[in-house]
Design a protein. Structure first.
Length: 70
């Protein structure tokens, strides 16, 4: 049973890290306010999948950086 739990945790982290990296670069490309927040939210083992779903569903409406045109 311990081996299964270990395998599930390692598997979840192995999936979440590449997705987090992709989300970070996508957030930077979209010029979002704090792209590192999404990356850090994804690598949390239990809540990472919730952050992924939130980001994908709301990515066009997330706050963007202010542009200084002065």
């Amino acid at each position: 049973m311990a081996e299964l739990a270990y395998l599930l945790i390692v598997g979840a982290i192995a999936i979440q890290i590449p997705i987090g990296i992709l989300m970070y670069f996508d957030a930077k490309r979209l010029n979002l306010k704090s792209p590192d927040t999404y990356w850090l939210g994804v690598i949390v083992p239990a809540a990472g999948f919730i952050v992924i779903l939130y980001y994908v569903s709301e990515r066009k409406r997330l706050p963007k950086k202010e542009t200084d045109n002065s």
